[in-house]
Write a protein that binds this ligand. Structure first.
Ligand code: NAP
Length: 284
């Protein structure tokens, strides 16, 4: 295997191993374990798979998990009632609302109704605000996972030109803030950015999170850049690819994440991490 690879599975296994040890210790000491509730509304195929993977990941580290599957026509009020119940349920430390929600439900209203202390996705404005201010908080799992991977491979961030492609609240913006906190000089590009190619060409670190298959090609990447590919895109052939043309860019990058097996496993790992943290906060 290429020694340029930033292997999310390897980093995940290490962190999940540490989480399992902590959970085992807590179980012995307190006879309780952290608990995660996943809420899924509707029949979205990929969401069903994500929730199943999260449940398996919880089982593997000893975290209690429960799933709340609700039909597509669930009303906003019914969903709010469930979240209120989970907010007050003692054995639940983390609440995950699987996105996307059906169109008739106001996503912002629902995410904001989760108790910020149980917001293990880090989507609540309180946690987003804490991140903005550099205070400890529940950090959005995907960008948090990216930083953990860079740290694991001891890749320098300080003083580097980092370019984040995408400005979503769950990936692009928090990734940019975290890189800024690590003293990178950060540029955020989006669909209205002019000269993306030129901006990318100056990047020491690229984080691609736009959801466009193989958008980043070799000609856009500086030699020896570090390339983190967040994108998950399914080609007509059924193959999963990232936002980076891996085969081309691999030649020129110093380090690169594959898709699958890069950022993806880290996202679930940081969800487990946040759930453990929430449990620890609840008993301290
Ligand atoms: P999103 O909410 O759809 O946001 C996409 C962002 O990309 C927007 O800011 C958009 O700009 C920008 N964009 C779209 N097309 C562009 C283009 N041609 N040039 C420049 N910018 C462009 O997506 P997201 O939730 O952040 O997710 C991004 C990708 O990451 C998706 O493929 C998603 O499946 C994947 N993802 C992976 C994980 C994981 O665990 N691996 C987790 C989350 C997401 P505007 O703001 O101007 O519209």
């Amino acid at each position: 295997m290429s020694n340029k690879l930033i292997d999310g599975k390897v980093v995940s296994e290490k962190i999940r191993g540490e989480i399992k040890i902590s959970v085992d210790k807590l179980k012995k000491k307190n006879s309780t374990v952290p608990g995660l509730a996943a809420v899924l509304v509707g029949e979205d195929g990929p969401s069903q798979i994500y929730v199943r993977n999260k449940r398996k990941a919880c089982e593997n580290v000893g975290i209690y998990s429960e799933e709340h599957k609700m039909p597509e026509n669930t009303s906003e009020d019914e969903l709010l009632k469930l979240i209120d119940k989970l907010n007050n349920q003692e054995n639940i430390n983390g609440i995950l609302i699987q996105l996307p929600l059906p169109k008739h439900i106001n996503e912002t209203k629902i995410l904001n109704s989760v108790n910020p202390d149980k917001d293990v996705d880090g989507f609540h404005p309180v946690n987003a605000g804490n991140l903005f201010e550099g205070k400890p908080s529940y950090i959005a799992c995907t960008p948090h996972g990216i930083i953990k991977m860079l740290e694991h491979y001891e890749l320098d961030i300080e003083g580097k030109n980092a370019v984040v492609l995408g400005r979503s609240n769950i990936v692009g913006k928090p990734a940019a803030i975290l890189l800024l906190q690590k003293n990178a000089t950060v540029t955020v590009c989006h669909s209205r950015t002019k000269n993306i190619e030129e901006i990318l060409k100056n990047a020491d670190i690229i984080v691609a999170a736009i959801g466009r298959a193989k958008y980043v090609t070799k000609s856009m990447v500086k030699k020896d850049a570090i390339v983190i590919d967040v994108g998950i895109n399914r080609l007509e052939t059924g193959k999963l690819v990232g936002d980076v043309d891996f085969d081309e860019v691999h030649d020129i990058a110093s380090m690169i994440t594959p898709v699958p097996g890069g950022v993806g496993p880290m996202t679930i790992t940081m969800l487990l991490w946040n759930t453990l943290k929430s449990y620890e906060n609840s008993i301290s």
